[in-house]
Design a protein around this ligand. Structure first.
Ligand code: HXC
Length: 259
């Protein structure tokens, strides 16, 4: 694994790869270098066969307060096009293994958008989500008008993006943006517990479930159901399917061997 300056990576227990944003002086603002490192580390974990689930988190005070405003303030359109730094985020969407966001404090602008790239979110009670780009004279650029709308609906997404107002962790939970809200002392442990549970399941099935759920965002119901059905049939070529069903019948715990 490469050495990083804006993030830290660690493996708290076998099977779980963690990326921690680490630019405390700017509330984990997402500079170009930060995003390069995040994508690199997540892809690294995604390609390690012994890693089964990934987590991304920031500090208790800030998951990420958005794209790095200092870095963008003097940029022109051509600079932005040439950097095209936000298309890099697409690589996060293409990760094969589940990614959990453990969110505390500010998740604003690009920070909220990065959170929405995750497959599931555990929020601390202090988490605040928002798309405040309007207050800078710009707009969301990495999914804030698209993913947020699909998750919380048109009216709420409109209000958040048009006013820049933040919503609390509990509001985010009520709107379906986060899976659950836990005290700030426990959000990371809660994310690790969820990751541990997922890491204990049959890996190939986990991968195809993730792919199938994400497919529902980009296809018709008919095509999505067909995609799901074919993935289901495909799993009958795996040893883990044989083992899982045999173990049920023999009333014992299955042993997955990822094949
Ligand atoms: C660069 C940032 C930053 C950011 C905070 N800082 N957010 N620097 N980019 N996005 C820096 C501050 O300048 C300050 O540096 C230090 O972090 C601490 O921030 P404070 O403002 O002093 O903290 P606080 O008073 O607690 O206020 C927290 C805050 C506020 C409400 C989160 O910092 C804020 O409004 N930040 C900007 C949020 C935002 O607009 N995000 C959207 C960015 S645009 P100094 O040197 O003074 O200590 C975006 C576009 C995405 O994300 C497009 C596609 C990805």
């Amino acid at each position: 694994m490469n050495t990083y300056t804006c993030i830290k990576t660690y493996i708290p227990k076998p099977g779980i790869g963690i990326v921690q944003l680490h630019r405390p002086e700017v509330l984990n603002a997402l500079s170009l270098q930060t995003m390069i490192e995040i994508v690199d580390a997540l892809q690294y974990f995604d390609n390690q066969s012994d890693i089964r689930c990934m987590i991304i988190h920031g500090s208790d005070k800030a998951f990420a307060a958005g794209a790095d405003i200092t870095e963008m303030s003097d940029a022109g359109t051509i600079d932005m096009l040439e950097r095209d730094q936000f298309s890099r985020w697409e690589k996060i969407r293409l990760l094969k293994k589940p990614l959990i966001g453990a969110i505390s404090g500010y998740a604003l602008g690009g920070g909220c958008e990065l959170a929405m790239h995750c497959d599931m979110l555990i929020a601390s009670e202090t988490a605040q989500f928002g798309q405040p780009e309007i207050n800078l004279g710009v707009m969301p650029g990495a999914g804030g008008t698209q993913r947020l709308t699909r998750i919380v609906g048109k009216a709420q997404a409109m209000e958040m993006a048009l006013t820049g107002r933040m919503i609390s962790a509990y509001e985010a939970w009520r709107l379906g943006l986060v899976n659950r809200v836990v005290p700030v002392s426990g959000y990371l442990q809660e994310a690790i517990a969820l990751a541990t549970e997922i890491a204990s399941k049959a890996p190939i099935a986990i991968r195809l479930i993730k792919e199938s759920v994400l497919k529902s965002y980009s296809t018709t119901l008919e095509a999505g159901l067909e995609f799901e059905r074919k993935n289901f049939y495909m799993l009958f070529a795996s040893e883990d399917q044989k083992e899982g069903m045999k173990a049920f019948i023999e009333k014992r715990k299955p042993t997955w061997n990822n094949s």
